[in-house]
Design a protein around this ligand. Structure first.
Ligand code: GLC
Length: 778
């Protein structure tokens, strides 16, 4: 990994820091404090969202075209009260009070009970050379989550996290920089919770008390310190506001929530056909087959190998008939191939779409196609061109794109020679000419830009059908364009365990549609590891198995009959849970809530959940306690306050408590909260195999509510009101439990179906669904 930022550690450098406030100005958004040459701007965007900017030169930087989804001027006016005293300036909103001390200039927020948060430490804000930094106090019982894609466990207290995208090949628990760079985290302690979005695309770093206990710090190689304080106090409220700022995921096609099978590579038409047949013959549900780099002609992006995939359109037609969608990989490196009639290269060159160095030469490096050049996705016209170029894939029936190597991953010499990873020189100009950005500012955006190009292009090319987009790299807000997977993991038990906190922290960073390669990408899984991984994979919002070339085959049936049975059972359970899961996707799309949630998300006032990385909630009420070790057949499970039921046996437990769960290889311990409603459908071999003629509502006695979301799962008609929601309310009184069903809302009508209400452990009632309100009692 190249060490381009070989500076002294932050505490060993000398910093200019903010002195006294010399003058204050106000407008209807906030206050602006002059401190010598420096300017501190504190603006209020919602009662819970505050933007803080410090320009050491006194001049705030202009807005960039790729900045947050919502600019300051786009937020509705907020009512606030500003008071100036001799000691401080105070801004009060309906949710928080922000106090700016005058001498020295320091900022602290308070909640309504007067509890401080996001409080500047003694040093406050500082700058040195081309770096700005901020220091804040951290409470003894404060814990930190999010930070985008991170290895290690759940809570990042005492760790240092760098935001700089790179090909994190062979990553382990101690890796720092990863494929994704999302400079956002949330800080939680009992009753207090807030998020910090560090609004910088330059290299940046958080240090959560690693270098100085009791102080966390943020540092970036930018000319301005720019961060948002997102008050909660709950994680759900923090994410709701944070995703208003950086955007939310669109509803994906429902088939993309089914099971995906991938390998580097299913390298010919006949191999793909055989794979598809195996799934159907063995009755293992599957919706998606991914094609890795070998479908291309010599790794030329947007081409097909005439030998291995001579008739891609026919292949895709046939696959569709048996319910398979095809997703193809796309890499950003365009083969450098003058005078060879390779259109993408010729057009990109002619239109000047490839990244150039500061001296004007086109940058090149080496990737799969050998010598390659790279589109500048920061330019809108390049994104448009690239998006349209996907026609070569969508025209033959491709329904989704898997964007890889977009950190970007480049080596300095042809493959086979011992190359090192490089990136564009940091002074390479990028983006629209009038923005004068260099790669130093644009590096972290490369994957997001490629994803945006892809998603927007697919919507133009497939205007009536939703497409699936997957990316390896991205920046904050990548959720607007794409789902994300955790790159090249290994077939290790440790990586199985790691995947849950990794995906949870992605969800807590606003990226809900995430997955890790089931079975592990590199290396060979054992049958036991594969079976356990498939169980955990059922919980991944993106359920995709993938394996590298030179590894043994990793399909569900290659490990023997017992593993195949377990894989089938858990993939089937995934399909049965689709109505519940799809609703969780809708929630993510409308509120920014994660789909996979660490327990701290729902129990932020229970310190026992703060470090709990190995249990997880799928949606609001289904909790899993998977097994992550070979030979283990039982495990400790923490059940937070309230009543819980064992999914498999119906056994009732009273939390908060620890229990010992039975977990033979066939069983991943699963629990449900009292009062939960989990809507389920019959097993299908693929999502749209046939209309859902039976909706089963599994209900657990207690008090609770669930809103079911439905639509056609494929088109964009839901944007025109073609959706349906149904509110279910469970109430328990003494021995009796009632389910109140409200009349269905929205313009979408589900196919004719029977609703079976199962009060778990008690009995069933059924009725023909006419969308009207009714109450069932048990
Ligand atoms: C990268 C990707 C991996 C893919 C491989 C070949 O390593 O992370 O998923 O299979 O490239 O395209």
């Amino acid at each position: 990994m190249p060490q381009v930022f070989g500076k002294l550690p932050i505490h060993a450098r000398s910093w200019s820091t903010l002195g006294a406030v010399s003058s204050v100005e106000q407008d209807d958004r906030g206050v602006y404090c002059q401190c010598g040459d420096a300017l501190l701007s504190v603006t209020v965007l919602t009662p819970s969202l505050v933007r803080v900017r410090l320009a050491p030169t006194g001049k705030l930087l202009p807005r960039r075209s790729w900045a947050v989804a919502k600019d300051d001027s786009e937020w509705s006016p907020v009512s606030m009260d500003v008071q100036e005293t001799e000691a401080a300036i105070e801004i009060k909103t309906a949710k928080v009070r922000i106090r700016i001390e005058r001498n020295p200039c320091r900022l602290v927020c308070f909640d309504q009970a007067g509890r401080p948060f996001a409080e500047d430490a003694e040093t406050g804000i500082g700058w040195s050379e081309k770096t700005v930094a901020g220091w804040k106090k951290m409470d003894a019982d404060e814990h930190f989550y999010g930070f985008g894609e991170r290895t290690g466990l759940l809570d990042k207290r005492s760790e240092r996290k760098t935001n700089w995208t790179l090909d994190a090949l062979d990553y382990t628990t101690v890796a720092d920089e990863m494929y994704q760079a999302i400079p956002f985290f949330m800080a939680l302690r009992p009753d207090v919770g807030y998020g910090i979005f560090f609004n910088t695309t330059f290299w940046s770093q958080f240090d959560m008390g690693a270098c100085k206990p009791g102080v966390w710090q943020m540092e970036t190689h930018s000319g301005e310190l720019d961060y948002y304080i997102v008050y909660g106090p709950t994680p759900a409220e923090i994410l709701e506001t944070y995703t208003q700022l950086t955007g939310r995921m669109p509803l994906p096609p429902k088939w993309s929530i089914g099971y995906h099978q991938c390998r580097w590579s299913y390298e010919s038409e006949s191999i793909v056909r055989k794979l598809a047949r195996e799934f159907r013959d063995r009755r293992i549900p599957c919706d998606v087959i991914h094609l890795d780099i070998d479908y291309m002609n010599g790794y030329r992006v947007f081409t097909w190998s005439p030998k291995r995939f001579a008739e891609p359109a026919k292949l895709m037609r046939d696959l569709k008939e048996t319910g398979f969608q095809v997703v193809t990989i796309v890499d950003p490196g365009v083969k450098y191939e003058p005078e060879a009639d390779y259109t993408i290269f010729d057009d990109g060159l002619k239109e000047d779409y490839f990244v150039r160095k500061a001296n004007g030469e086109i940058f090149h490096g080496y990737v799969w196609p050998d010598k390659a050049v790279f589109p500048d996705f920061l330019k809108p016209e390049v994104r448009h061109w690239w998006g349209d170029a996907q026609k070569a894939l969508t025209d033959v029936g491709v329904a989704g794109i898997w964007n890889d190597m977009n950190e970007p991953a480049i080596v300095d010499r042809p493959f086979g020679d011992e190359g090192v990873h490089i990136w564009f020189p940091l002074d390479s100009p990028q983006g629209p000419a009038d923005e004068q950005a260099t790669h130093a500012e644009a590096h972290n955006l490369y994957g997001s830009g490629m994803s945006q190009a892809c998603a927007e292009g697919l919507e133009r090319l497939r205007p009536t059908e939703r497409s699936f987009v997957l990316t390896r790299s991205g920046y904050a807000g990548v959720q607007r364009w794409s789902s994300v997977w955790m790159g090249d993991n290994q077939s290790w038990w440790e990586h199985l365990e790691l995947s849950i906190p990794m995906l949870c922290n992605m969800g807590l960073s606003g990226v809900a549609f995430v997955g890790a390669d089931i079975g592990g990408f590199a290396g060979n899984a054992t049958a036991e590891l594969f079976a356990r991984w498939m169980q955990v994979g059922l919980l991944y919002p993106l359920m995709r198995a993938h394996s590298s070339m030179k590894t043994e085959q990793h399909e569900p049936w290659v490990f023997g009959e017992r593993t195949e049975r377990i894989c089938r059972e858990y993939i089937e359970l995934r399909y049965r849970l689709l109505p519940y899961l799809y609703t969780a996707f809708w929630e993510a799309a409308t509120t920014g809530a994660p789909i996979l949630r660490p327990l701290v998300y729902h129990y932020p006032n229970d310190p026992k959940t703060y470090a709990l990385h190995d249990q997880v909630l799928l949606g609001p009420s289904l909790m899993a306690a998977p097994v992550y070790r070979p030979g283990v057949e039982c495990r400790a499970v923490y059940l937070p306050e309230g009543i819980w039921y064992d999914w498999w046996t119906g056994t009732r437990y009273e939390g908060a408590t620890h229990i010992l769960a039975d977990a033979p290889l066939e069983r991943m311990p699963l629990y449900v909260k009292a009062g939960a409603v989990i809507p389920m459908q019959p097993v299908m071999q693929y999502v749209d195999e046939r209309p859902i003629d039976e909706l089963r509502l599994r209900v657990w006695s207690g008090d609770g509510e669930f809103i079911l979301y439905e639509d056609d799962g494929r088109s964009f008609e839901y944007r025109n009101g073609s959706w349906a929601t149904t509110v279910y309310r469970v109430t328990a009184e003494g021995e009796r439990t009632a389910l109140h069903i409200q009349a269905r809302q929205g313009n979408w009508t589900p196919p004719t179906r029977t609703v079976v209400v199962e009060l778990v452990g008690v009995g069933e009632q059924r009725f023909e669904d006419d969308g009207s309100d009714r109450t069932l009692t048990f």
